[in-house]
Design a protein around this ligand. Structure first.
Ligand code: AMP
Length: 281
């Protein structure tokens, strides 16, 4: 497995692969890899000649006072995990490779990224779209895999890919969970025992919503949201950021729950740690 740290070198390499007729499958990450990240790699193994994973903690998607500085970083461990999982190439640039000090061009998706996390973290999706546009231009993938864990991010990036004519196919991977149901996340590493217990309530609240809709046949958005909030209020360390039922394509709030269309999205603070999760009906 090769590790490339220079953007110029990565782009030259991607061009050379393209010339040879080889297709690149790409998994963009911020590192601190877990099984959720690795599951994404497996999804495109069959359809690409070369598996490329990037590791880059993107500063522009963090707001002032967020956890950019303390975001977990362990490149050696990440590289070992990539090696054992069959990744061919890791692109792990320094920030100076990605952003010029006077960079003044950014990508703004103006609709689907506005609500939910876009409201809670105002410049977050601008940072995500910008870094992904850069990574796509540097790595030139044919296929990109994104995780449903970050459902709104998927919708924002699909929209950007469509609107800006990136010749990229998007594959979406399901949410990988710990055995007890907690969605895997690099940020779970921040959680102490009691906090982790409360974090689990997020999954349990989604389960309660699932039960209400699938078993009891409710399609009432307010009822489902109330059920979720009722479970979440059991956590002493929990503060709700949002609980919303949205159309999973447009991200617009739903007035009723419709199977194969609606999604329940939850964001909470577990003390200082912000976690998100979702459930598609
Ligand atoms: P991150 O490193 O958090 O930026 O995530 C990189 C990619 O991994 C994104 O497409 C995420 O949606 C995806 N991802 C993160 N957590 C999970 C998970 N638990 N299951 C599946 N994919 C995930």
């Amino acid at each position: 497995m090769e590790v490339i740290r220079s953007a110029t070198e990565m782009q030259a390499r991607a061009l050379a692969y393209k010339k040879e007729g080889k297709s690149i499958g790409f998994v963009p990450t911020m590192g601190s890899l877990h099984k959720g990240h690795l599951s994404l790699i497996d999804l495109i193994k069959e359809q690409c000649d070369l598996l490329l994973l990037s590791i880059y903690v993107n500063p522009t998607q963090f707001g002032v006072g967020e956890d950019f500085d303390r975001y977990p970083r362990d490149l050696d461990k990440d590289l070992e995990m990539c090696r054992t999982r069959g990744v061919d190439l890791v692109f792990a640039p320094e920030s100076s490779e990605i952003y010029q000090t006077d960079a003044s061009t950014f990508v703004i998706e103006d609709t689907v990224g506005k609500g939910l996390c876009g409201t809670a973290r105002p410049n977050h999706f601008r940072g995500v779209a910008t870094v992904c546009a850069k990574l796509f231009n540097i790595c030139m993938p044919k296929v990109v895999v994104l995780g449903q864990k970050d459902a709104q991010q998927v919708v924002v990036l699909k929209r950007m890919i469509r609107d800006l004519h990136f010749p990229i196919k998007v594959v979406v991977g399901p949410i990988l969970r710990e055995p007890d149901g907690l969605a895997m996340s690099s940020r779970n590493a921040y959680l102490q025992t009691k906090q982790r217990e409360d974090a689990l309530l997020v999954y349990q609240s989604l389960q309660a919503a699932h039960k209400l809709v699938e078993e009891k046949g409710s399609n009432n958005v307010d009822r489902v949201k109330a059920e979720v909030l009722n479970v979440l209020k059991g956590g002493r360390h929990l503060r709700v950021n949002y609980v919303e039922v949205v159309d999973r394509e447009s991200m617009r709030p739903e007035t009723e729950i419709v199977t194969d269309r609606s999604m329940l999205a939850v964001a909470v603070w577990v003390d200082q740690v912000r976690l998100i999760d979702n459930l598609c009906f």
